[in-house]
Design a binder for this molecule. Structure first.
Ligand code: NAI
Ligand code: 15L
Length: 268
C-alpha cells in the first residue's frame, strides 16, 4: 500500500518507542504525540490527551491513529479517569470531527484480567469472554472498547481493539511465556490492524505464536496477522528460576496475574 500517515499517541512510551523503530518499514509515516518530549523526534507533538484542540490539530489529515497513550498500569481512579477514560473520548471526538476513519486502540489483557487462567487442556479464552477488569486501569480499557463500538455503530469510525498481553523485548516471567507479544509481532499486528479492510469494530488478543498461549488468536488471524515469534526459547531459563505457574495461588490463577491481587491505589 502507498505510504500512509499514522498518528502515534504515546510515542515516548515503551511500546511507542518500539513501534517508532519498527513500523516505518511497513510503509507508515508516523506523526508522534506524547505528554513528554519524544527522544530523537524534535517535531513530535507534546500534548496532554486532555487538550482537545491539540488533539484535533494532531489528527487532522492522518489516515489512522494508533492510540497507545495513557496510564499503562494501575493508578488512582482520578488519574485513570482523566488520562484513559476522558483522554480516549477526546481522541475519538477529535477523530470524528476531523474525519479520521480508523483507530487502533491499545486495550489490555487486564480488561479481562479476572478471567480464570485456562488449565492445561481447557479451551483458549475467546474475545467474547465476559469482560472482568482486574483494576481501574483494566476498567478504563473496557470503557475504551465500548467507546470504540459506539463510534463504529454511530459514526462509522472503524477500530481494531488490541488486548495486548505483554509487549517487551523479552519475556521476563513464566506468565509472560503465555502472553508475550514480541516487538516484531507487535508491529505485524498493528500493521494488520491499521490496514485490514472492513474491520468495523474488531477485538483481538495481542500475543506472539507462543507454545503456551492461553487465548484465541483467530480474530487477529482473520485481519491478516501472522505471528512469527514464540516465547518458548526463553522457557527453560524462566522455569528453572520460578517454576511452573501454580493455579492455586491467587496471583497466578487468573489472566491478569498479580494485577488481580495487588491492592487498589487510593488517592492520598
Ligand atoms: P508506557 O507507560 O510506557 O507509555 C505510555 C505513554 O503514554 C507514555 O509515554 C506517557 O507519557 C503517555 N501518556 C500518558 N498519559 C498521557 C496523556 N494524558 N496525554 C498524552 N500522553 C500520555 O506504556 P506502554 O507499555 O508503552 O503501553 C502503551 C499502551 O499499550 C498503553 O495504552 C498500555 O495501557 C497498553 N498496553 C501495554 C502493554 C505492554 O505490554 N506494554 C500491555 C497491555 C496494554
Ligand atoms: C499491561 O496492560 C501493562 O501496560 C504492561 O505494563 C504489562 O503489565 C502488561 O499489561 C502485562 O500484563 O504483562
Amino acid at each position: 500500500h502507498a505510504e500512509r500517515t499514522v498518528l502515534l499517541t504515546g510515542a515516548a512510551g515503551g511500546v511507542g518507542t518500539l513501534m517508532r523503530e519498527l513500523l516505518p518499514q511497513f510503509g507508515y509515516r508516523l506523526r508522534c504525540l506524547d505528554l513528554v518530549p519524544v527522544p530523537g523526534v524534535p517535531d513530535a507533538i507534546v500534548a496532554d490527551l486532555g487538550d482537545r484542540q491539540a488533539l484535533r490539530d494532531a489528527v487532522r489529515g492522518v489516515d489512522a491513529v494508533l492510540h497507545l497513550a495513557g496510564i499503562s498500569l494501575e493508578s488512582t481512579f482520578e488519574k485513570i479517569l482523566r488520562a484513559n477514560i476522558e483522554g480516549t473520548y477526546n481522541l475519538y471526538e477529535a477523530a470524528r470531527e476531523e474525519g479520521v476513519r480508523r483507530v487502533v486502540f491499545a486495550s489490555s489483557n487486564h480488561a479481562v484480567g479476572f478471567t480464570p487462567w485456562p488449565a492445561p487442556g481447557e479451551r483458549p479464552v475467546p474475545v467474547d469472554t465476559p469482560r472482568r477488569p482486574d483494576t481501574f486501569y483494566g476498567l478504563s480499557k473496557c470503557f475504551g472498547e465500548d467507546l470504540a463500538q459506539l463510534y463504529w455503530d454511530k459514526h462509522r469510525i472503524e477500530t481494531v481493539t488490541v488486548r495486548i498481553g505483554s509487549c517487551f523485548p523479552e519475556p521476563t516471567s513464566v506468565r509472560m511465556l503465555s502472553v508475550w507479544l514480541s516487538p516484531s509481532d507487535g508491529a505485524r499486528l498493528f500493521d494488520a490492524a491499521l490496514s485490514a479492510p472492513g474491520v468495523g469494530h474488531t477485538i483481538v488478543y495481542g500475543s506472539s505464536a507462543n507454545t503456551r498461549s492461553v487465548w484465541d488468536l483467530s480474530t487477529a488471524e482473520a485481519i491478516g496477522y501472522r505471528p512469527q515469534d514464540d516465547s518458548e526459547p526463553f522457557a527453560d531459563k524462566l522455569l528453572a528460576e520460578h517454576g511452573e505457574l501454580d493455579l492455586t495461588r491467587p496471583e497466578q490463577a487468573r489472566l491478569g496475574g498479580h494485577f488481580v491481587t495487588d491492592p487498589p491505589i487510593w488517592p492520598h
